[in-house]
Structure formats: C-alpha cells, structure tokens
Design a protein around this ligand. Structure first.
Ligand code: S3P
Length: 172
C-alpha cells in the first residue's frame, strides 16, 4: 500500500477527470494514473474496443482487476477513473480500503455531452444523447457517495479544481 493515500477522481464521461487529475498530479508532484489508459496498456485494447467486442460486463471485470493493480502500486498517486468505475460497489470498497480521497467532478450534462459528442464515438455507452442523459441521472446518487463534491462548470478552471482538491487533502 502506498505511504500517502491516493486521490481518486470520478465523474461522468466528459467531466474532465483526466485533465484535472493531470493538473493536480503536477501540482503535487506525484504520479498520475488514468485508469482507461492503464487498461489499454495492460490489455492492448481500449475500453471502447473491449466493450464493443466482449460486452460491458467483461469490461467491468478487466476494469476492477486493473484498479486493484493500480491501487496496490508503490507510489502515491492521483487516479482518474473511467466514468463507470465508481458506480460499481466492489470498486468503491476497494478504493475505501486504501483510504483514498475520492472526488466527484460534477459537471452539467450539457457540457459533458458537448465533449462526448466532440470525441467522435469513443464512448460506446453514450452513443445517443437520451441514453447518455439517462445514465447521467441514474449515476448521480452514486457519484454523491464520493468524499469531495466539486461543481465544475465552464467557469471553473482545471487549476481551480485542482487547488480545491489539494486544499481538501490538507484538511483531512
Ligand atoms: C465509461 C466511461 C469511459 C470508459 C468506458 C466506460 C462509463 O471513460 O471507461 O467507455 O461507463 O462511463 P471516460 O469517463 O473517461 O469517458
């Protein structure tokens, strides 16, 4: 287990988890792990490919395995989850075992959708606006379980979001 607890960033697809996590990891001078990227490196396939070829349940198994590996790593780190990872109870239990600071980047659906649709079909679970919106609404109560809630609309810069997280860390 790493010496200082990890910071785990969650939020819907298109909420800017990776960008905020990168800014934060630079500010704290610690390692950043983007779980989707880690999955791609470990399996040779992107989350999109795994979901399309093997289905979502198979992807969730891979995701949990990779999350376990990342959390067990030696270095203190900032972890950006994929948007569905936190919604799985087993993943939340795992994250709690490591005493992580968990952060929900709460971004309005319109902004998430703008980014999702601009990313060109990268997200198989959000192909249609209505489908994505239902998922967004159904996941909110689960994101609310995160320790720190950051309302991140267009008015909040990545630096400001990262500064809020860093400040919450010092108050733990
Ligand atoms: C997913 C979000 C994606 C990726 C996969 C499933 C989800 O990550 O893990 O397509 O269920 O919300 P991003 O949140 O980085 O898009």
């Amino acid at each position: 287990m790493s010496s200082s607890p990890p910071i785990v960033i969650t939020g819907f697809m298109g909420s800017g988890k990776t960008t905020v996590a990168r800014t934060l990891s630079r500010a704290l001078n610690c390692e950043l792990v983007d779980l989707d990227r880690f999955i791609t490196e470990q399996t040779g396939r992107s989350p999109k490919e795994i979901i399309e070829q093997d289905g979502e349940p198979a992807f969730r198994t891979v995701e949990t395995d990779c999350l376990r590996t990342v959390l067990a790593g030696e270095l203190a780190h900032v972890i950006a989850l994929g948007g569905g990872a936190w919604t799985i109870a087993a993943n939340r239990d795992l994250i709690h075992e490591y005493n992580a600071l968990t952060v929900w980047l709460d971004v309005p659906f319109s902004l998430c959708w703008q980014r999702i649709s601009a990313s060109g079909g990268k997200r198989p679970l959000a192909r249609e606006r209505d489908q994505a919106h239902s998922l967004y609404l159904s996941r909110r109560p689960l994101y609310e379980l995160a320790g720190l809630h950051i309302e991140a609309n267009e008015g909040l810069s990545d630096q400001e979001a990262a500064a809020r997280i860093a400040s919450a860390l010092t108050q733990r």
